[in-house]
Design a protein around this ligand. Structure first.
Ligand code: PBG
Length: 328
């Protein structure tokens, strides 16, 4: 008679473990690499981001070269963020025809024709005050007045060659507005992958250095989600699907993998996880100090997000994985 469960039976060798593994490996197609492109007179600019060792703000030419190098190594998709020269109270450079992201899209499309370019649709990097929408005189973020600017941003990015637009601003109704705008511009086949489930997270700290987008005053808690909430994630996800989103992003990654699993179970569309800047910074810092086996921790963190239900993962480690040939 069986006395107890012999779980170790299937863990005896590499071969056995590989045979019975649920989530086998990371694939090239799983990875989306974020890039920060800066509008600078020096097109070759490569400015290290201090809180994200290994990440850079890149001038237009530096970006092209960097992306092409990893495209040759198998990079399939990127997520683009722009840092404009001029910021103002209407985020004009976010939707300027020759805005920095629009220029980058045009150049990259020529250089790497099959690369999937996903553009982040948000205004915070382009606003003098660093918030994701238009402000009232007392500093409140106006929702409905912000929607046309987001729509213009998404349309201009798609017209410049973006394959997918990814709104990250968390204004209500933006998916409906952007879908209508894209359709009216004849861009009926441009998918929207919405950051539907985006928490107000301190894990974004290093990103705000990289993108120079920290709010000058206040925080983003009136538009991003409260970390204590779980059921609200489904409300947000379903609202965006009803408004026309084609896929969803849950963000941050590891601390919110319970949310990822829940959204995955409830919504039959592709669901992406974003391993954000703070997660990257913590793993990198511990690795650089020799406190963890960095490579193993990177792999474990990403296979865990895939196991939790991610159809793909936005991660600043994508380049590293390609360089070290850790993907299949
Ligand atoms: C823009 C945006 C942010 C991130 C992605 N898009 C910052 C924020 O909301 O403050 C964070 C990404 C990261 O931390 O890696 N709104």
């Amino acid at each position: 008679m069986l006395q107890f469960h012999r779980g170790r039976r299937l863990r005896a060798t590499n071969e056995l473990r590989a045979l019975v593994r649920d989530t086998k490996a990371l694939l090239y197609e799983d990875l989306i690499m974020p890039y920060f492109v800066v509008e600078a007179s020096d097109l070759d600019l490569r400015k290290p981001v201090p809180s994200m060792p290994g990440q850079f703000q890149l001038g237009l030419k530096a970006l092209e070269e960097q992306v092409e190098r990893f495209y040759q190594l198998g990079l399939k998709a990127i997520l683009l963020f722009g840092i404009p020269k001029e910021k103002d109270e209407m985020a004009k450079q976010a939707y300027a025809k020759d805005g920095i992201v629009q220029q980058a899209c045009r150049r990259l499309k020529k250089r790497c024709p099959d690369l999937l370019i996903i553009t982040d649709v948000c205004l915070c990097e382009y606003m003098s005050h660093g918030h994701c929408g238009i402000l009232t005189p007392t500093g409140q973020v106006k929702n409905d007045e912000t929607l046309p600017l987001l729509t213009e941003t998404a349309v201009s990015q798609a017209q410049a060659g973006a394959d997918i637009v990814a709104p990250s601003d968390m204004m209500d109704g933006r998916i409906q507005a952007i879908r209508a705008g894209l359709d009216a511009a004849g861009l009926i086949n441009t998918p929207i992958i919405s950051y539907a489930v985006k928490y107000a997270s301190a894990f974004y700290g290093p990103f705000r250095d990289a993108a120079q987008s920290a709010p000058a005053k206040g925080d983003r808690k009136s538009y991003q989600m409260d970390p204590g909430n779980s059921r609200e994630a489904l409300l947000e996800a379903k609202a965006d699907l009803d408004e026309g989103a084609d896929g969803l992003i849950v963000k941050p990654g590891s601390p919110y993998s319970d949310i990822l699993t829940k959204v995955r179970a409830a919504c039959d569309v592709p669901i992406f996880s974003y391993q954000v800047s703070g997660e990257y910074a913590m793993i990198r810092a511990a690795g650089l100090n020799g406190w963890i086996n960095e490579e193993q921790v990177i792999l474990e963190s990403l296979i865990s997000l895939k196991r939790a239900g991610a159809s793909g993962i936005i991660t600043y480690f994508a380049e590293y994985l390609l360089e070290q040939k850790l993907v299949r």
